[in-house]
Write a protein that binds this ligand. Structure first.
Ligand code: SAM
Length: 190
């Protein structure tokens, strides 16, 4: 397949937005796959701030980082991503080059614990405020479950109204696949 699938494309965007020595955010740690990717992307002098509300996600992410010897590059907050602006040191406000959200539930975990429209929107708005110019927020939207469809609709209605003078907003989606495959929305701050 020539076209990038959704998850690799999310990473391609992050690779364009951030690199060695940068500050980035993993807004949904989950099992830590993106955290490891981001920690490698920013290198030993960069930093990743990660958020998750579930103890199991924190445990899984810490274990994965340990396995790759990357713990020192990541600060983990056992807290909702809606608190990004309070928890990320003010020193780094305005310096964040990239943030990724993988919405929905923890794979292999409790499927009743999902990201919610209200807190996801709060987090996107707060993160946008503390992004660097040309910083990017990537959201992978899973809309196959009921709450995911509501989250998708609320996010899209907010994102499509963002003033084009302040941000470029992109949607990347395969439109002929069955079973509600995930899609990407990316917001680049001008
Ligand atoms: N990126 C992860 C990976 O690479 O394994 C997968 C993330 S998983 C699809 C979604 C995660 O979002 C779950 O672990 C869930 O606990 C977390 N979550 C739900 N609400 C949250 C919130 N308000 N703030 C931060 N994380 C949240």
């Amino acid at each position: 397949m020539i076209l990038d699938r959704v998850l690799p494309f999310a990473r391609t965007i992050m690779e364009k937005a951030a690199g060695p020595n940068d500050i980035v955010v993993d807004a949904t740690l989950g099992n830590g796959h993106d955290t490891v990717f981001l920690a490698n992307l920013v290198g030993p002098r960069g930093h990743v701030y990660g958020f998750d509300i579930q103890k199991q996600a924190i445990i899984n992410t810490r274990a994965r980082l340990k396995e790759h010897n990357l713990e020192e590059r990541v600060t983990i907050f056992h807290s909702g991503h809606e608190h990004v602006a309070e928890l990320i040191p003010t020193l780094h406000h305005g310096e964040i080059k990239g943030a990724i959200f993988n919405l929905g539930y923890l794979p292999g975990g409790d499927k009743s614990i999902v990201t919610t429209p209200k807190t996801t929107l709060q987090a996107v708005q707060s993160l946008f405020d503390i992004l660097a110019p040309e910083g990017v927020i990537v959201l992978v939207i899973y809309h196959g479950h009921e709450e995911g469809a509501v989250e998708r609709d609320q996010l899209l209605s907010y994102l499509t109204e963002i003033d084009q003078k302040t941000a470029h907003v992109l949607q990347y989606q395969f439109i002929n696949q069955k079973n509600h495959p995930p899609f990407i929305v990316a917001i680049e701050k001008k």
